[in-house]
Design a protein around this ligand. Structure first.
Ligand code: TYD
Ligand code: MG
Length: 454
């Protein structure tokens, strides 16, 4: 007997509700909840390995095999993965449509096919000739790369079992569907079921599988967030469609550290690694213009110089002051505004304030606080920060500057790019980097004094 259940599911986070609501109370997103009808099936887990063949074993009896990895052929990507793709792992590559997911995976697929043998690239979105055109454009045609335009989960599973490839790419998880599930492809139910299926397949056959997941704001597809817990690692593609700069960020990794980033340039021959990312990020920096300052951030284990920009202007008469940030955390930005007002006496109540990270980068570490404060101060005073200076430090509520990690790495990156002076937290002791002058500031007021020579 079948029974149809109606559920309201958030396509972003997967929370389920009994009624429709405009905003998901789980993740706070608007307009992401859609109706899903699920027809309950008998024995709906039939594909799971027969229970009788599995039994618990003593942990000491397990043959500890070293995590075996192989290269993707792209060192930047290997680094984000923690050294390459692990056998039998299930990964997720998320990102907005058009950002370059298929391009990157086609490059990886071709390299692995050339170096290790058969790779299966399953596309539910593009036709075989479209896939061939892309491979031709990328100049990666190789007979060991098998492509398959299919979206039926069971059919894909059968081919993986028959072919036993070295790597499987599913582009994308949102197009794959299981026939006996009544909900539409791309719905939370389908996406979850498919991910569990691929997880089982990857582990039982010891074949690594990478799933592509589209991130959409509209909520018409289940977001990759729904799958994050099921997979071994999650990579997100960041960047703006307008520029060619692309960042692949590891946000979860069962086989390595997270928050590593790989930096790429989208060229007419696919994604190319960027040799000197700091140099590229700073290449369009306006020198001697107010409201701009360079911050040596840490992205995973790597220092990266980014330019922070602020623009402060008087609010139109009678209007509410506008505050807007791109690339930095809005909460921290608000705290810094409050500290500048209260501790430094900057009159910002009737000013519009905009803060932006050049190059479309997203900065999450609190160490960029001082950069935000200095960029705002520079714009308010209309005095440019010396272009050979950089700043770093976390700001506390009483205006104190707190120590940051990896200060030596950050300073060395500044030296490499020709910076002459850095304002750093007083709490960072025993700093020993040659070739750069430093000012150690205890408070925001000391830092601003050093920068603007008050
Ligand atoms: P794609 O990998 O199809 O994006 P996704 O799979 O994330 O949706 O890439 C789409 C964009 O990349 C498209 O606008 C064309 C561009 N592109 C290049 O600039 N160079 C290339 O070599 C390729 C293949 C695509
Ligand atoms: Mg694609």
């Amino acid at each position: 007997m079948t029974k149809t259940i109606v559920k309201f599911v958030c396509q972003n986070c997967g929370n389920e509700f009994s009624r429709w609501q405009g905003r998901c109370s789980g993740c706070g997103e608007w307009n992401t909840i859609t109706e899903e009808r699920v027809t309950a099936r008998k024995n709906n887990r039939s594909w799971i390995t027969d229970a009788s063949t599995q039994k618990p074993v003593a942990i000491t009896d397990i043959k500890a095999s070293q995590e075996e990895r192989f290269s993707t052929g792209i060192p930047e990507l290997d680094r984000v993965l923690g050294g390459g793709i692990v056998h039998g792992s299930l990964g997720l590559l998320g990102g907005e449509p058009g950002i370059g997911k298929s391009t990157l995976l086609m490059q990886v697929a071709a390299f692995v096919a050339k170096t290790r043998g058969t790779v299966l690239y399953v596309s539910g979105e593009e036709s075989l000739s479209q896939l061939k055109l892309r491979a031709e454009r990328l100049n990666v045609l190789t007979p060991n790369l098998e492509v398959f335009a299919e979206a039926n989960l069971a059919v894909i599973g059968d081919h993986i079992r028959n072919l036993q490839p070295n790597l499987v790419l599913i582009d994308s998880i949102q197009t794959v569907y299981q026939e006996d599930l009544s909900s539409a492809p791309g719905s939370v139910g389908q996406v979850r079921e498919a991910a569990t299926y691929f997880l089982k397949l990857a582990k039982s056959l010891d074949i690594p599988i990478i799933l592509v997941g589209h991130v959409t704001k509209g909520g018409e597809f289940a977001g990759p967030k729904v799958l994050e817990h099921a997979v071994d690692y999650v990579l997100y593609f960041e960047g703006e469609n307008q520029n060619t700069f692309r960042i692949v960020r590891g946000v979860k990794n069962r086989f390595g550290s997270t928050n590593e980033v790989g930096i790429f340039d989208m060229t007419d021959r696919g994604l190319v690694e960027v040799e000197n990312p700091s140099g590229l990020l700073l290449s369009e920096r306006p020198l001697n213009s107010s409201g701009s300052v360079v911050v040596p951030c840490m992205e995973g284990s790597r220092p990266l110089l980014v330019e922070l920009q602020a623009l402060v202007g008087k609010t139109a008469f009678g209007g509410i002051p506008r505050r807007q940030t791109t690339g930095v955390d809005y909460q921290r930005f608000s705290i810094i505004l409050a500290v500048l007002e209260k501790r430094q006496g900057y009159p910002l109540q009737n000013q519009d304030v905009f803060v932006n990270v050049a190059g479309g980068f997203k900065l999450t570490e609190p160490g960029v606080d001082l950069g935000i404060a200095v960029a705002i101060a520079s714009s308010v005073r209309n005095i440019a920060v010396n272009p050979q200076w950089a700043v770093i430090g976390e700001i506390g509520l009483s205006g104190e500057i707190r120590a940051v990690n990896h200060i030596d790495l950050r300073l060395r990156e500044l030296v490499k790019l020709g910076f002459k002076h850095a304002v750093i937290p007083a709490g960072n002791r025993h700093v020993s980097v040659e070739g750069i002058g430093i000012t150690q500031a205890k408070s925001i007021s000391q830092a601003l004094t050093a920068i603007f020579h008050d």
